[in-house]
Ligand binder design. Structure first.
Ligand code: ADP
Ligand code: ZN
Ligand code: MG
Length: 491
């Protein structure tokens, strides 16, 4: 039986008898100093329309000049994705939206700089084919005011910011090789890791540096042909990606099972309502009237330059994961491997390996990086392998409880201070074992009945005593030490 579409199917998009087919188009903003065809700054979050010039505003008579650094970053992406890097040409893709002041976007159409590569998923080792990874310029950003959820429909007026117009992008197009929302998530996570590791992108989905369009179709299990697809535009978080694919697949299955057909469409994901809605019927290539850009010569990177770029590309995520794994004495468990994947995908592995070299425990350092540091990644520059390693040593040595260590780390990330200073200013000096013993004594005296039961073997009461000691010590006692004292007093 198929669930009704009003319940929102999330990650488990398992629909008995059906298979989901997904191909992803990922837009990645390149980390250059300037735009793709002019000298304007490539900067996020500036006053609107302050990083613009005649070229990126499309004023008559202006001419594009290709940014060499952007080409180099595109080549790094191609090499990292095992593509054939070759001569390519630029085309004009014509359309008429106010966010494109020239009325066309310069993109690569017939011949992309990178073609026919693949990406290997870290968990399943499945290879997802990359059809192409081409260079194009980003568009401006429109904001619709007064309408329904920021959409143009019903808006009173629209504002447009051209700071983003002309920022270099690489669009990475996968083959329709993905078979579930979870696989799509794993693909984007790994792709982001590759983009960050190659130095091409900061990987920030929430700032729009990485934007994902998901092509989704369904077919009956065992069928060899693909179904008709819909393309869901501009998914800007992994959570949206997973939810949108789940919803869309369910919608298509219900359409087909009720005797209707899927219509090929571009659809919009509504995050609040958890649904996709029709935006427009899918454009065909002829709608764009592609033609070669007459103001740019073909891009023909020399074989020497490509080799040279390849030689300085550095460690890729798979190498980085291996390096982290080698820090563990035994093969890491599933959840530890997940943390390794997360740490590498966010570029936190140098921090962890550096801390371990400074004497920190690998498992604890990895956990704190993949959880606490990951959730405040914008402040990463405020810590380093030395200060982070010192914090982990304080926690592992019992000088800080887990809760305290997390608080200290949070403050370190905010302020850039070292762990010792932060712990002192938060009043987290380590409580001496003798003081903790005193608290344990008080708590036992106050709850003789519970103590009798604990002493008789009711182990679950340990939590009660630890909680009481925590209250008395205002959270400063180390839970592990309290438990050890309780055990020793019982025997
Ligand atoms: P277009 O030229 O219309 O953009 P492409 O052939 O370039 O179409 O494909 C765009 C994306 O759609 C690719 O990522 C591809 O993997 C994906 N795709 C193509 N066919 C399907 C399908 N039947 N189901 C899901 N995804 C598909
Ligand atoms: Zn400009
Ligand atoms: Mg395409």
């Amino acid at each position: 039986m198929v669930e009704s579409s009003s319940s929102s199917p999330s990650q488990s998009e398992f629909i008995p008898g059906w298979e989901i087919v997904v191909g992803l188009e990922v837009h990645c903003e390149l980390k250059t100093n300037t735009k793709l065809f002019c000298g304007c700054a490539n900067a996020f979050g500036r006053e609107p329309n302050t990083s613009v010039c005649p070229v990126c505003l499309g004023l008559p008579g202006s001419l594009p000049v290709i940014n060499e650094h952007a080409v180099e970053l595109a080549i790094r992406i191609g090499l990292a994705l095992n593509c054939k890097v070759d001569e390519s040409i630029f085309h004009r893709k014509n359309y008429f939206y106010p966010d494109m002041p020239k009325d066309y976007q310069i993109s690569q159409y017939e011949k992309a700089i990178n073609e026919n590569g693949y990406l290997e998923l870290p968990l399943s080792k499945k290879r997802v084919r990359i059809e192409r990874a081409h260079i194009e310029e980003d568009t401006g950003k429109t904001t619709h005011v007064g309408g329904d959820g920021g959409r143009i429909h019903g808006a009173i007026h629209s504002l447009v910011d051209y700071n983003r117009a002309g920022i270099p992008l690489v669009e990475i197009v996968s083959a329709p090789d993905l078979r579930s929302a979870e696989e799509a998530r794993e693909y984007v996570t790994e792709l982001r890791a590759i983009l960050v590791a190659s130095g091409a992108s900061d990987g920030k989905m929430e700032e729009g540096s990485l934007r994902v369009d998901a092509n989704v179709s369904v077919r009956r299990s065992g069928s060899a042909e693909f179904g008709t697809r819909c393309e869901i535009k501009n998914l800007n978080s992994l959570r949206s990606l997973v939810r949108a694919i789940g919803y869309e697949a369910q919608r298509q299955v219900e359409l087909i099972e009720s005797g209707n057909a899927v219509v090929q469409q571009t659809r919009h994901w509504n995050e609040d309502q958890g649904v996709t809605t029709a935006m427009r019927s899918k454009e065909e290539a002829y709608d764009y009237r592609y033609f070669p850009e007459p103001d740019l010569v073909p891009l023909a990177p020399s074989a020497e330059w490509i080799t040279e770029i390849g030689s300085r590309i550095g460690m890729m995520p798979s190498d980085r994961r291996e390096r982290l794994i080698s820090m563990f004495e035994t093969a890491p468990s599933g959840s530890t491997f997940d943390q390794i994947v997360t740490a590498v995908s966010l570029g936190l592995d140098d921090l962890v390996t550096g801390a371990v070299r400074n004497g920190a425990d690998a498992r604890l350092a990895l956990a704190r990086a993949a959880n606490e540091v990951a959730s405040d990644i914008d402040h990463l520059a405020n810590i380093n392998p030395k200060t982070f390693g010192e914090l982990i040593r304080m926690e592992a040595g019992g000088k800080l409880s887990a809760t305290q260590a997390k608080k200290v780390l949070g403050t370190m990330l905010e302020s850039g201070e070292g762990p010792q200073n932060v712990a002192e200013s938060l009043g987290f000096e380590a409580l001496d074992t003798s003081i903790i013993e005193g608290f344990v004594g008080q708590v036992i005296a106050a709850s003789p009945k519970e103590w009798e039961r604990f002493a008789a073997g009711e182990d679950q009461l340990a939590g009660f005593f630890v909680g009481q000691v925590m209250k008395l010590s205002k959270g400063k006692a180390d839970g592990k030490i309290v438990t050890a004292i309780l055990r020793s007093k019982r025997s």
